[in-house]
Write a protein that binds this ligand. Structure first.
Ligand code: FES
Length: 280
């Protein structure tokens, strides 16, 4: 049986798609910059955006951090949020909307205020990230305040499996940690102590000590792998843990020791508890 021949229209320049210089719709009004007289912008957001603009010779360079600030203010990049940024930056909303549509950490629809990004890239995947992602989803099921999603390498592979929770890096995580983290946030608190990257003696406290100018505390422990005592935090067998899933010592319930970090490691934006994103 022969396949019917399909004729696809070609434009005058020979392509099947319009040229880049062909206007989409001449009947529409040209895009305009929102009028400051009729566009209310929260004072704090305005000041933040103006601070970003002042950093660059071209104000458009501040578009991503400005949109991020608006997303933090409104919870998502709503049309109103985009108009506010456009007003302060004297750009068209369309210019900013294209950025929001391109970068997937900008939300184009309302989402829960708790942002939980579970890394599912290779290092975390080998240590049970898919099960951890599922555990978070189940723990927060039905709670619209949570935005739980997978993410591809958050740049903290040494604490795999890990997640970014409202910008804090947590790891290495066990399956039981998902429920503990979600419950703590639901109760209005912070993630349980000992899970955050900044809580680790060989990273966060060293950085803290360095900032405090205390050379004694700034010296990394000789063991290099001091981890919080988690013996009282459930699942002592380790049998259902993500670590166990990845082959750690299930009989002892111990986590694998974290690798040593160089003194420069805290300066890496990917390992300081800040997400690898335009958040500034
Ligand atoms: S693979 Fe998970 S942080 Fe890199």
């Amino acid at each position: 049986m022969s396949t019917p021949e399909v004729h696809v229209r070609r434009y005058g320049h020979g392509s099947r798609v319009p040229g880049w210089d062909v206007p989409v719709d001449l009947d529409k009004d040209p895009a305009t910059v929102p009028d400051p007289a009729t566009t209310a912008v929260p004072a704090e957001l305005r000041a933040t955006i103006e601070g970003f603009i002042a950093r660059y010779p071209d104000r458009r360079s501040a578009a991503i951090p400005a949109l991020w600030a608006a997303q933090l203010t409104h919870g998502w990049c709503s049309p109103e949020a985009i108009r506010q940024v456009a007003c302060v930056m004297t750009l068209t909303p369309a210019y900013l909307a294209q950025l929001v549509g391109f970068y997937d950490m900008f939300e184009e629809h309302p989402v829960g205020r708790h942002q939980v990004y579970v890394c599912t890239n290779i290092s975390c995947s080998l240590r049970g990230a898919d099960a951890l992602h599922q555990a978070f989803r189940e723990a927060a099921e039905g709670d619209a305040h949570f935005n739980i999603r997978g993410f591809e390498c958050l740049g903290a592979c040494d604490i795999a499996p890990m997640a970014s929770v409202n910008g804090d890096y947590l790891g290495p995580l066990e399956l039981s940690d998902a429920e503990r983290v979600v419950r703590a946030l639901q109760d209005g608190g912070e993630p349980p102590p000992g899970l955050r990257l900044g809580d680790r003696p060989n990273a966060g406290l060293t950085l803290e000590a360095q900032r405090a100018g205390d050379p004694g505390r700034g010296t990394r422990p000789s063991g290099g792998g001091d981890q919080p005592d988690r013996s009282d935090q459930g699942d002592p067998s380790g049998g259902a843990s993500a670590s166990a899933a990845a082959g750690s010592d299930a009989s002892s319930g111990q986590r694998d020791p974290a690798p040593d970090e160089s003194p420069d490691a805290p300066d890496d934006p990917g390992t300081t508890g800040q997400p690898a994103n335009p958040k500034i």
